[in-house]
Design a protein around this ligand. Structure first.
Ligand code: NAI
Length: 409
């Protein structure tokens, strides 16, 4: 991390929802010791009161950070979502308030890939059905419909972080890997890209979905595509719930066209552990059902804790907003021996020249300037020689359209 000499103890940090301890370690290791930790989520007025004088806030998925709450968080500099999704935060309101929001989108890639690989093996051996029969006292020793995965073809739909890692692991088991993606991808190992999705479906013994939820992927595996899959193939979906037509899948499992399926994500998922799970797939013995736990491992939680804490530290130390989900992204070099002015402002014509005029009036020597805009908000970072009039910050704050300013040194 960049060496800085401002008093980090003054940066007040609140971590809610039992964020992993490694996040606290990472923050403390960088000098950010003013941390309050709560095990639970806060909502509404209670949340607004708790964050009124907080500089950095860490949440997971249950804290609803609404525009009303953000409006009362006068000192808030940044939010870390210690999870994958960020729809619990009003991202536009955060942007307008000059608050970047960070998350950890890829920390659980390996966890998903491992689960999918295990499921491919179990399904190809008919284990879900056999284990459920044994729980009912039925001993059915047979090699019928039981196959090794070695030499079989894995068809990955969506060759991104998870799909490509799964491909590498599957090749380690001796599988042939083909993949379909909407963009041209550099293949890892011997994996082969197939432009025609139907061709992949007709060739793969195991089809695994790893696409995002978009208009184009909604019901991507519809009845017609399921019918094009090889006879006695298996389908795995640990991506998003609406990419597979579940009633159509249930029909293809019942009529024996497919050997089995493993489904981790559903069109309608219970919002809490207290709600019942409803699905046409319930009761089908050749289906592995899991409650959206593809990425839920201790290792992933730890990775998330470390990754988001590091992003908060990098922003606070250095001003870098790289990978922020809602904010102009600026990746910045270290600024040894210099002061760095951060200026977040309404993206209106003339504001940059007003900022530069203020710097020029103060006779400040600028050694670097970085600007990015996103929607209505602009973010400019200015590196200056340490020897300057401290009035310059007030001059910058007085520029019409300024949302917030900070000085790093
Ligand atoms: P990624 O963004 O790295 O990869 C997605 C890939 O899908 C990209 O290569 C993209 O070009 C491709 N793609 C997009 N539209 C497509 C289409 N119509 N047809 C074919 N390919 C298409 O995403 P990542 O990290 O690999 O995640 C994949 C999915 O897994 C996401 O939906 C994510 O939300 C989900 N996920 C599920 C978890 C779980 O707990 N079950 C945990 C983590 C991720």
């Amino acid at each position: 991390m960049t060496a800085t000499s401002f008093d980090k103890k003054r940066i007040k940090i609140l971590l809610l929802e039992g964020v992993h301890p490694c996040a606290v370690e990472a923050l403390k290791a960088d000098g950010y010791g003013n941390i309050t930790e709560l095990k639970h989520a806060l909502q509404g007025d209670e949340l607004a009161r708790a964050i009124a004088d907080v500089h950095m806030l860490g949440i997971r998925s249950r804290t609803q950070l609404t525009a009303e709450v953000l409006d009362k968080a006068n000192r808030l500099m940044a939010v870390g979502c210690f999870c994958i999704g960020t729809n619990q935060v009003d991202l536009d309101a955060a942007l307008t308030a000059g608050v970047p929001v960070f998350n950890a989108p890829y920390s659980n890639t390996r966890s998903v890939a491992e689960l999918v690989l295990a499921e491919a093996i179990l399904l190809m051996r008919g284990v879900p059905e056999k284990t459920s029969l044994m729980h009912e006292g039925v001993w059915q020793k047979s090699a019928a419909d039981a196959f090794e995965v070695r030499g079989k073809t894995l068809g990955v739909i969506g060759y991104g972080n998870i799909g490509s890692q799964l491909g590498v692991l599957a090749e380690g088991l001796g599988m042939n890997v083909i993949f379909h993606d909407v963009v041209r991808k550099l293949n890892l190992g011997n994996a082969r890209q197939i432009d025609d999705l139907d061709e992949l479906l007709q060739s793969a013994d195991v089809v695994s979905m790893h696409v995002p939820a978009t208009d184009a992927t909604a019901n991507l595996m519809n009845g017609a595509r399921l019918a094009r899959m090889k006879d006695r193939a298996v389908l795995i979906n640990a991506s998003r719930g609406n990419v597979v037509d579940i009633p159509a899948l249930a029909a293809r499992l019942r009529d024996g066209h497919l050997l089995g399926a493993a489904i981790d994500v559903f069109p309608h998922e219970p919002r809490s552990n207290n709600e019942p799970f409803v699905s046409e797939l319930k009761g089908l013995r050749n289906v592995i059902l899991t409650p959206h736990i593809g990425g839920s491992t201790q290792e992933a939680q730890e990775n998330i804790g470390r990754e988001v804490a590091e992003k908060l530290v990098r922003y606070s130390d250095n001003g870098s907003t790289r990978t922020a989900v809602n904010f102009p992204e600026v990746a910045l070099p270290a600024h040894p021996g210099q002061h760095r002015l951060l200026h977040i402002h309404r993206n209106t014509p003339g504001i940059l020249s007003a900022i530069n005029q203020a710097l020029s009036d103060a006779n400040v020597n600028v050694s670097g300037q970085y600007l990015q805009t996103r929607g209505d908000v602009g973010y400019v970072v200015i590196d200056i020689e340490a020897d300057y009039s401290r009035d310059v910050r007030a001059a910058l704050a007085a520029v019409p359209g300024t949302i917030r300013t900070r000085v790093l040194y």
